[in-house]
Design a binder for this molecule. Structure first.
Ligand code: SF4
Length: 496
C-alpha cells in the first residue's frame, strides 16, 4: 500500500484553492481519506503518525466515557490536535508551516490505524465513532470559505431544490426553517447558501429523519442548507465503515510481516488505556528524592496501582518479582537515584539478612537502572502495559486495581486510600460505573480530579488540558507539580 510514488490526487475531484499550490494533492485540510497514501514512509513515520493520532482518538473515547458535553469534548480535542496533529487551514498556513507535510502525516496516520482497527467488529465500531468525531471537530472548526470549497468538491448526489418545487412545498419547507435548539452556530451556513434546500435519498440522513428535521417525499429527504453537515458526517461514516470491512478482508495477507504485525497489535490496544507520553526522566528537576520521602509521597501523590504496591511492601516487607519491577521502575523514573533505591529496598525488605539482599535483590535493582547485564535504560511501565501484560495471580500486588481488583476490593481500597483526600461514597458510584464499562484509566483520572479538587482541579480537567491518565508517572508528576504550584502561591501571598 505504501509505495514509493508521489500522491497524485484525491479520488474526489478537488477544487483549486490557495492551498493547492502549497500542498499539492491536498487542496483541503479536511480529508475523506478515499485513497491510501502512495508515498514512501519510514517505519518510524509509520508508527509515530499513528501513535499521535491514536492519542487524540483515545482521548475522544475517554471523553464519551466521561460524559463530556460536545463543547468540552471539542475543546479538549482541539487542544490535542494542536499538540500532536496540527493541521493548518490554507489561509493560516503561513511562514514556516508546511501544510503538505501536516496533511500527509494526517493521511498516513489515519491509514495505519485502519490497519490496526479493522480486525474486529468492536474495534471497527470504536474507530469509526472516534474518527467521525475527529472529523466533525475539524469540520466545525474549519473556516467558512474553505469548508464550502471542501463540501462543493464532494459528490454526494444531492440535488438543489428549484424554485418550482419550493413553491409546491412552501409550507413544509418553511417549517424546516425553525432552528432546532442547541444547533451549533457553525452549522448554520455551509454548502448551498443559507435558506436553500437540497434533496437526497432519505437513507443518507438517517439522523435527521429520526429527529424529524427533514421533509420526506417520494423517498427523498428535503434538507435545509444549515443541516448539510449531517449529510457530510453520514457519508464520512459510511465510507469509512465500508473501507474498514474491505481492509479487514485484505489484512490476512500481511500476517507474515514480522515488522508490522506486532506494531499493529500494540496500536489496537490504544483504546484500553490511551497512549502514554514518554516518561523517562525525573519530573522534579533539581529536587532530590530520598528513600525516606517515599512513604509520604505515596500517600499524597501516587496513583492507586502504586499505592497498593507500597502498602503491600510495607505490610509484607516483600514484593514478588513483577511487583518489584512495576514499583521499582516507577520510583526510578520518579527520580529516585540508584543509591537511594538500594537504601529504600533494603529498608523495606527488613525481614531478610544483608547477605540475602545483596545476593538476590541488589543485582536486579542495579540492573533496572542499567548498571548490570545489557545495561539498558528500562522505562517505567505505562497504564497500557500494566493493564494488558503480566496479569496478577493470587498473592501478587502488581497490576492496575481498577482492572484487576474485584468490585468490592476496589471500592474498599479507594475509600481506604483516598477518603482523606476528598473521595466519598457518593463518588464511588460514578467510578465503579466507569470501571464496569472497561474505562479503567478514565476511572483513575476521575479519582485524580476528585482528590486534587483542593488544588483547583475541576471535573473534566484530567491531569491537565483535559487529558486522561495514561501513565502512573504522569499522575504522580502532575500531583507533585500541583502541590508545588499551591505552595508557591502561598509563599507569594505571604510575601505580599
Ligand atoms: Fe495505575 Fe494507570 Fe491503573 Fe491508574 S489507570 S491505577 S495509573 S495503571
Amino acid at each position: 500500500m505504501f509505495k514509493s510514488k508521489e500522491l497524485k490526487s484525491q479520488k474526489r475531484t478537488p477544487t483549486a484553492s490557495v492551498g493547492a499550490s502549497t500542498a499539492p494533492g491536498y487542496p483541503h485540510r479536511l480529508n475523506f481519506y478515499d485513497l491510501p497514501p502512495l508515498f514512501e514512509v519510514t517505519l518510524e513515520d509509520f508508527e509515530e503518525s499513528a501513535i499521535d493520532r491514536l492519542r487524540i482518538l483515545a482521548e475522544i473515547e475517554s471523553s464519551y466515557a466521561r460524559n463530556r458535553s460536545w463543547d468540552e469534548l471539542k475543546e479538549v480535542t482541539e487542544k490535542l490536535c494542536k499538540k500532536y496533529l496540527p493541521l493548518h487551514a490554507n489561509a493560516t498556513a503561513l511562514g514556516k508551516i508546511n501544510p503538505l507535510e501536516e496533511r500527509k502525516r494526517d493521511h498516513l496516520g489515519h491509514f495505519v490505524l485502519r490497519l490496526a482497527f479493522c480486525r474486529s467488529e468492536e474495534l471497527r465500531r470504536r474507530f469509526v465513532t472516534t474518527e467521525k468525531t475527529l472529523f466533525r471537530v475539524r469540520y466545525e472548526g474549519e473556516l467558512r470559505e474553505e469548508k464550502m470549497e471542501f463540501v462543493n468538491s464532494l459528490n454526494f448526489g444531492w440535488v438543489k431544490v428549484d424554485t418550482n418545487e419550493r413553491s409546491s412545498f412552501e409550507a413544509e419547507l418553511k417549517a424546516l426553517e425553525v432552528k432546532p435548539p442547541g444547533l451549533p452556530r457553525t452549522d448554520e451556513q455551509e454548502g448551498p447558501r443559507a435558506q436553500e434546500y437540497v434533496k437526497v435519498h432519505w437513507t443518507k440522513v438517517p439522523d435527521l429523519v429520526a429527529k424529524r428535521r427533514v421533509f420526506l417525499r417520494g423517498g427523498f429527504a428535503y434538507v435545509h442548507s444549515r443541516e448539510v453537515s449531517s449529510i457530510v458526517y453520514h457519508e464520512f461514516e459510511s465510507a469509512l465503515q465500508k473501507a474498514l470491512e474491505h481492509t479487514a478482508k485484505m489484512l490476512p495477507r500481511m500476517d507474515e510481516d514480522t515488522r508490522l504485525v506486532p506494531l499493529l497489535n500494540n496500536l489496537s490496544q490504544g483504546f484500553l488505556a490511551g497512549i502514554p507520553s514518554e516518561w523517562s526522566g525525573p519530573p522534579l528537576a533539581g529536587d532530590e528524592i530520598r528513600a525516606d520521602m517515599i512513604d509520604d509521597m505515596a500517600k499524597k501523590h501516587f496513583p492507586l496501582c502504586m499505592r497498593n504496591l507500597h502498602e503491600c511492601l510495607t505490610r509484607d516487607r516483600h514484593l514478588k518479582h513483577f511487583g518489584r519491577l512495576q514499583y521499582g521502575l516507577f520510583l526510578k523514573v520518579l527520580g529516585l537515584s540508584i543509591d537511594e533505591a538500594v537504601l529504600f529496598w533494603r529498608k523495606s525488605f527488613s525481614n531478610i539478612t544483608d547477605d540475602k539482599f545483596n545476593k538476590e535483590y541488589k543485582y536486579n535493582i542495579r540492573h533496572s537502572y542499567g548498571l548490570e547485564g545489557k545495561r539498558a535504560n528500562y522505562p517505567a511501565k505505562s497504564c497500557q502495559q500494566i493493564l494488558t501484560t503480566d496479569k496478577p495471580g493470587v498473592g501478587d500486588c502488581h497490576g492496575c486495581p481498577y482492572r484487576h481488583f474485584s468490585p468490592e476490593n476496589l471500592q474498599s481500597s479507594l475509600l481506604t486510600h483516598y477518603s482523606l483526600q476528598g473521595l466519598g461514597t457518593t463518588d464511588l458510584h460514578e467510578i465503579m460505573r466507569t470501571v464496569k464499562d472497561g474505562h479503567y484509566h478514565v476511572a483513575c483520572t476521575r479519582v485524580f480530579e476528585i482528590t486534587h479538587a483542593s488544588k483547583g482541579v475541576k471535573k473534566g480537567d484530567g491531569i491537565g488540558d483535559g487529558e486522561s491518565v495514561t501513565h502512573p508517572n504522569q499522575y504522580a508528576a502532575r500531583s507533585i507539580e500541583l502541590e508545588k504550584e499551591q505552595s508557591q502561591e502561598g509563599t507569594v501571598m505571604a510575601v505580599d
